[in-house]
Design a protein around this ligand. Structure first.
Ligand code: SF4
Length: 501
């Protein structure tokens, strides 16, 4: 299908809108004055009018028909309003021709709750913001209410954020093996494990750099999140070393005589122990010893055949056993991740997975919808899961988890997500992860450490400034000095600019 633009450059936004209806399709682009000759195209043309205004002409042509709409716009319309006008004309055409009604309407961004908050701040009323969601953006009542409920749960967490607080994300981009659906920067130990010793040493150097920046600009580390990858891929000795360096070089913790290493007061210290096949009693003991407050043990499914199809070399019972072991070791804040829409799963199988999770009573459960990105091995070989089935799975998770006392507390969407739905974190009251809330809401500066860790600084000229990211461990190691010099320069420049305002 061709995306055709003329008189403007909003191609990316148009592609995002079209993907709500054709998530797996690849598009070609045309910027000629004439509409394409192809049978199927999606077009927005902006032409100057003699009176100085502009005429927007939008047209959708599919094999079953075509639609055209026009609107007169001011000459100096800003890009965000132009996007809204283009979507406002094209979205009904797509609904009409495809018969589809995306639950998030024509919203294409990944943070709908953040958007609802901004609307509420601008209009001075959550009810007005909800109205805009329903009537301007065509969001369903169900999703509007979900976003509003999350907004209410998040507010106290946002309010409790310390002044000058920053979150730390430390990336361990290694896993024992690569799951077939993985779209993260993660490297199997068999392929890249030889890099681990040098990678760890560089992480420590970067931690020292970040600590220097934190001190220089009077920042306060609010949360620490060690993700990846799967940090518990490290063996016991490496994990001990990593946690020790985090204490000594990032958190500056001192032994307090009780045997427990206290960090500087943190609202949260999470380690993703995602893959049950990486968890041992000794590693759990180490995490307890170093004051980790929250871990994630991720079954993804409690159906063995689904796990096998997903390339995860553990069983459902392994996940249960490691969860119970973590409980026995004293972890009182455990998250479990599940994925709706994994190939070979069924609505009934997913229901059973959620029911089993509830029976284990973790403090939080995160329900993802399968996102098929180019990087995932699935992309080439398997069709997108059935949208209705995924929607039913997500609906069941919402109903069951809320009935069991969990509240949805953060939400984000991804591109190419099954059924255009969302990932939702549910938690028992008081167990919401501040890191997830602050990060997803873009409410706090996040300082990333390691390959694949993104850094974003709040308060810059553009609101949020994102630093250049180095994705891959071998690249991180090969260009380490240059990357650190550049990172230090960018951070100093941004933070000095903010401090001087
Ligand atoms: S555990 Fe997560 S990060 Fe690791 S390979 Fe599987 S999906 Fe990717």
């Amino acid at each position: 299908m061709v995306i055709h633009t003329f008189g403007h450059h909003r191609t990316y936004e148009m592609e995002a809108l079209l993907k709500l209806f054709r998530p797996a399709e690849r598009f070609t682009f045309s910027e000629l004055p004439e509409p394409p000759a192809e049978d199927e195209f999606f077009s927005a043309v902006l032409l100057p009018e003699p009176d100085g205004r502009q005429q927007l002409i939008c047209r959708t042509a599919l094999t079953n028909g075509s639609r055209i709409s026009e609107k007169c716009l001011p000459a100096d319309i800003p890009n965000n309003l132009l996007d809204r006008e283009i979507s406002g004309l094209l979205y009904p055409q797509l609904c009409d021709l495809t018969g589809l009604r995306p639950k998030w309407g024509m919203l294409t961004g990944i943070r709908p709750v953040n958007l609802l908050r901004k609307f509420a701040e601008r209009t001075g009323s959550v009810e007005q913001a909800k109205d805009d969601f329903r009537h301007i953006w065509h969001v369903t009542e169900e999703k509007t209410q979900l976003a509003a409920d999350i907004l209410a749960v998040q507010q106290p967490i946002l309010d409790a954020a310390p002044k000058n607080g920053v979150g730390i994300y430390l990336s361990v981009p290694f896993c024992p093996t690569r799951c077939k659906y993985c779209s993260f920067v993660s490297n199997s130990v068999a392929q890249m494990g030889r890099l681990i010793p040098e990678y760890m040493a560089r992480l420590d150097t970067e931690m020292q750099l970040i600590r220097g920046i934190v001190d220089e600009f009077g920042l306060r580390i609010d949360t620490v999140y060690i993700g990846g990858g799967t940090p518990t891929t490290f063996d016991e000795a490496d994990l001990w070393q990593l946690l020790e360096w985090i204490d000594d070089d990032l958190l500056l913790a001192a032994p307090d005589g009780s045997g427990v290493r206290r960090c500087t007061p943190l609202r949260e210290y999470t380690v993703e122990a995602g893959r049950p096949d990486t968890i041992t009693r000794e590693k759990l003991q180490l995490m307890r010893q170093f004051g980790v407050t929250r871990i994630s043990v991720n079954p993804q499914s409690f159906q063995d055949h689904v796990l096998k199809a997903a390339g995860r070399p553990h069983t459902a019972q392994d996940a249960v056993d490691k969860f119970l072991l973590a409980r026995e070791m004293g972890f009182d804040n455990i998250n479990m991740d599940f994925i709706a829409g994994l190939p070979a799963d069924t609505v009934q199988g997913f229901r059973e997975s959620i029911d089993r999770a509830v029976s284990l009573d973790p403090e939080s459960i995160t329900v993802h919808c399968l996102a098929l990105k180019k990087a995932a091995d699935f992309y080439q070989s398997l069709a997108m899961p059935d949208a209705e089935a995924v929607s039913e799975m997500v609906g069941y998770a919402y109903k069951t988890l809320t009935a069991a006392g969990y509240r949805p507390y953060y939400l984000y969407r991804q591109k190419n997500m099954a059924a255009n739905l969302e990932n939702v974190g549910y938690a028992k009251p008081g167990f919401e992860s501040p890191y997830n809330v602050m990060m997803m809401d873009d409410s706090q500066t996040i300082l990333g450490i390691g390959a694949g860790a993104s850094t974003k600084v709040l308060g810059g000229k553009r609101g949020i400034e994102r630093l250049t990211e180095c994705k891959y461990p071998y690249d991180y190691l090969a260009r380490f000095d240059e990357l650190m010099q550049e990172k230090e320069r960018q951070l100093r420049e941004l933070l000095s600019g903010i401090a001087s305002r």
